[in-house]
Ligand binder design. Structure first.
Ligand code: G4P
Length: 533
């Protein structure tokens, strides 16, 4: 095996997806504790901005800026290099999360056993399905009186359109929670509440008929477990790794992250199951990690982490080959070469300069304005990776400079923050000086205003615009597309990549236009448009 293949097989890169409050922060922290990456609880900051005021949010962002390593956490566990990517929990920043998912090879979905499948989880699952990303499921908070586990499995299958394969099964719930039974190993993991990191009591039993089961969990829970196990084996096919890797079935684990229960077993299973870095689709061809030549793409840019130096960090996911410090790489969009002087790795709490990195790794590149989200770096080949789309905004505003003396700063700030993905900027057709802003959540508008002020000393103002829906449009016949654009010029915006976007006041009027123009295709993400361009 070559060094490259060895390094690829050692790696796993994943993100946690969940609805806020399901326990993402708690699980991240426990994974890092078990992985030996941190030694005290409380080191991972919750990004629970839903309850925070905007000012708190900004402060929090600044804190996160200083310890940016919390965005990507790398650690070694049982011979594997684990890269865990943190994604914003707040729905107003979902685009950032969607893009983050383009940089991982699998996802861990956390579900609150009391609340079941929630809205945000559904949205994130749609994105995973688009890319057939394998998902493992952890059903959390079994120490609370939650929904019936069978009902939870049904909900996952129904709401998320993925088949479930329970790997562990809860014995009791809430006050009566005794632990989980591992259906593959026939072992009983006994629950001991508390936050100490005591090893779980594992009892090897000879199947559910072993009388030891009664001794450990009592007769009534033992009987219930026997019935459940019989029912489960009748309803669900045996777990098949191939189905999971293809994104068709999700292995399901139960536990309580707060009580450290089930997380170590989850991590151990993920180490065994989670796919190593997978091939990625570029516009031109598929690129496999084993290819000798380096390639990678930028999926996130974090600007002005230190307000005193205008530094930006571009997050690069390595797709193929070995990345080496100080080597010249080809920046496909500009056609220029680029030297990677001080690339950083994100190991647990630290940022450290690295000399080399491998497929699956995420590294930070110091950027002085060269990169945009979606950019590709290679050893010379002109390829562009797909899957770093923009998503249809839900809130629209005209945006204008509010301080005529600071026009230049205003434009610079707006362009840079749009490149960072804080907001989407469109221009009106034939009136490129008139800009329209699109965001997914209200909070983004406030964040833009505040960042323009603090980081660029510029000011903006918003005015309402009668738009509530935007769809990217395309057509196989370029002439039909141009005719449509001319005939609807008032309703056409152009995104920063030059793609046409059709805007409407309501779903109803959009539907009418769609019916009248069957040749035009309408998309809620830019991805389809770019792949067809
Ligand atoms: P998030 O990042 O997905 O938003 O969730 P987070 O981990 O912050 O957890 C949300 C709340 O759920 C927290 O309580 C956390 O302590 C609790 N929690 C997480 N895992 C479990 C579990 O297994 N059992 C129980 N009963 N609770 C759990 P909080 O009171 O909102 O916050 P905090 O003050 O404890 O930080």
């Amino acid at each position: 095996m070559t060094e490259l293949t060895q390094e690829i097989r050692r790696r796993m890169t994943f993100a946690i997806i969940s609805h806020p409050d399901a326990g993402k922060t708690t699980i991240t922290e426990k994974l890092l504790l078990f992985g030996g990456a941190i030694h005290i609880a409380g080191a991972v900051k919750s990004n629970k901005s839903s309850r925070a005021a905007v000012s708190d949010f900004m402060k929090m962002e600044q804190e996160r800026g200083i310890s940016i390593s919390t965005s990507v956490m790398g650690f070694e566990y049982r011979g594997r290099k684990v890269n865990l990517l943190d994604t914003p929990g707040h729905a107003d920043f979902s685009e950032d999360t969607y893009r983050g998912l383009s940089a991982v090879d699998s996802a861990l979905m956390v579900i609150d056993s009391v609340k079941g499948v929630e809205e945000r989880t559904k949205q994130l699952c749609v994105v995973c399905r688009m890319r057939a990303t394998p998902i493992a499921t952890f059903i959390n908070k079994l120490d609370r009186e939650g929904k019936d586990p069978i009902e939870l499995l049904d909900e996952v299958e129904r709401e998320l359109a993925v088949e479930v394969r329970p790997i562990t099964w809860p014995v009791g719930q809430g006050k009566l929670f005794k632990g989980v039974y591992n259906l593959l190993e026939n072992q009983l993991y006994l629950f001991r509440p508390g936050e100490e990191m005591l090893p779980t009591d594992v009892v090897g039993i000879k199947g559910v008929d072993d009388p030891e089961l009664e001794v450990r969990v009592g007769p009534s829970l033992a009987r219930k477990l026997r019935e459940d196990v019989e029912m489960l084996s009748a309803v669900y096919p045996a777990f098949d790794k191939g189905e999971y890797v293809a994104g068709r079935a999700t292995p399901v684990f139960f536990g309580s992250a707060l009580n450290n229960f089930g997380v170590r077993e989850l991590l151990d299973n993920m180490i065994d199951l989670a796919p190593y870095p997978t091939p990625k689709q570029a516009e031109e061809r598929e690129i496999a990690p084993e290819e000798g030549k380096f390639s990678g793409f930028i999926f996130k840019i974090h600007a002005n982490m230190n307000p005193k130096h205008r530094d930006r960090i571009a997050f690069l996911r390595i797709v193929s080959g070995k990345f080496e410090r100080n080597k010249m790489y080809y920046h496909v969009r500009s056609g220029k070469s680029f030297r990677t002087a001080n690339p950083t790795a994100f190991m647990s709490q630290d940022r450290e300069i690295i000399d080399e990195a491998w497929p699956g790794d995420i590294i930070g590149l110091h950027d002085t304005g060269t990169f945009k989200i979606g950019d590709t770096l290679t050893e010379g080949e002109s390829v562009s990776f797909k899957g770093i789309p923009s998503f249809s905004p839900q809130i629209f505003r005209h945006i204008m400079n509010a301080d005529p003396l600071r026009e230049k700063q205003y434009h610079k700030g707006l362009d840079q923050l749009a490149e960072e993905g804080v907001v989407q900027i469109f221009s009106k057709l034939h009136q490129s000086n008139q800009r329209v802003l699109g965001v997914v959540g209200q909070l983004q508008l406030e964040v833009l205003q505040s960042r323009l002020e603090n980081e660029y000393n510029a000011a903006c103002k918003y005015e309402p615009i009668e738009v509530s829906i935007a769809h990217w449009i395309t057509c196989d016949d370029k002439r039909i597309l141009e005719d449509f654009v001319d005939a609807n010029a008032r309703r056409i915006l152009v995104d920063i990549r030059g793609n046409y976007v059709y805007v409407a006041e309501s779903e109803w009027s959009l539907n009418r236009v769609q019916e009248k123009n069957p040749a035009i295709r309408f998309y809620t993400t830019s991805e389809m448009v770019e792949s067809r361009a």
